[in-house]
Design a protein around this ligand. Sequence first.
Ligand code: GDD
Ligand code: MN
Length: 383
Amino acid sequence: MKVLSLHEAGAEAAPVPAATLAVPELTVILPTYNERANVPLIVAALRRALAGIAFEVVFVDDNSPDGTAAIAHEIAATDPRVRVIRRIGRRGLAGACIEGMLSSSAPFVAVMDADLQHDETLLPKMLAALKAGDLDLAVASRRAEGGAIGEGLSKVRAAGSNLANALAQRLLKVTLTDPMSGFFMLRRPIVDELAPKLSAQGFKILLDIVASGEGRLRIVEFPFVFRERREGESKLDTLVTFDYLGLLLSKYFGDLVSVRFLMFSLVGASGVLVHLLALRGSMIGLGLDFNMAQTLATFVAMTTNFALNNRLTYRDRRLSGLAMLRGLLTFYAVCSAGVLANVGVANMIYQSEPVWWLAGTAGAAMGAVWNYTASSLLTWRKP
Ligand code: GDD
Ligand code: MN
């Protein structure tokens, strides 16, 4: 095969205005998943808003099936300020933002949604504030005075968001008015410093950054009105609240346990409730005797646990179709062995120390650790 020179291939770069070749002072990270229609619009909006500033745009796309990355590459081919990171086999807003920020060599990095819900005209103001000196982080807030959720969130999401804010303020002593915002700008060195502590899971990257900064970050907030999405649809459902609780607890306990394990445990706890409801329901509703009802309830709880873990704990490795069926069966197997581990450890402890609650708790903890470890190896294997 003959390798053509760039000239022969007709791929010489088109002349670009000198200003666009300047070393970027600001990198704008745009995480995308199925945002094809929004890509050209957001680039145009950023070119307008950032005229006169040496900036670059980095799309971090999780291999969107709608071909978002290809459209972004098309634009990047004619504008050196646009770059694309296409991630294969990985999903997750927080992880995408972290990866994008780490790819930047500019002194300032911003993260914003690619769906035009964020007001890009704030960027120059945020940059000016950070450049002026004494600040590390500028946050565009929908809740600071003058900002608004507008038409951007449904009623249910807005209520969930209120509760989540209150929890963050109580538990983590984070005083931001909108710790859930996906729109902020940082000094780049902070990213290097905090990146090893950040969780790639979930979507609460800002809260994670602020909590990991342990009160050291000097923050300024800018109010803005969250716009309504025009093209495509939101990827965050109400269930992501779970994921958020996991992050809160894990930060509260000083990163001793992983967010994933906490979520797995939260799901497990919800399974106890499901189990009791199913037990009572099948005794009264279906008239089953206790043994049958208990067996049925166990399967119901294992199944809802599987479904929730598949949606939340392992949303980045979510199984579907036949793989999901296979996963469910391995999950049943894992949980059955978990019962043995649980009873075994509880018995052992009870033998030497006959304190029922101690033995019971130790058994349950052993079961949870076993289920978590074994299911991460068998059911939700790393791709
Ligand atoms: N790479 C990548 N991977 N990008 C993602 C993923 C993912 O798994 N999920 C979502 N995104 C991108 C979307 O394409 C969009 O550009 C941006 O992240 C925000 O996602 P949306 O799906 O539009 O989120 P939203 O508008 O419902 O939620 C907004 O409000 C939340 C708080 O209520 C966002 O601003 C969130 O960042 C914010 O936390
Ligand atoms: Mn959005």
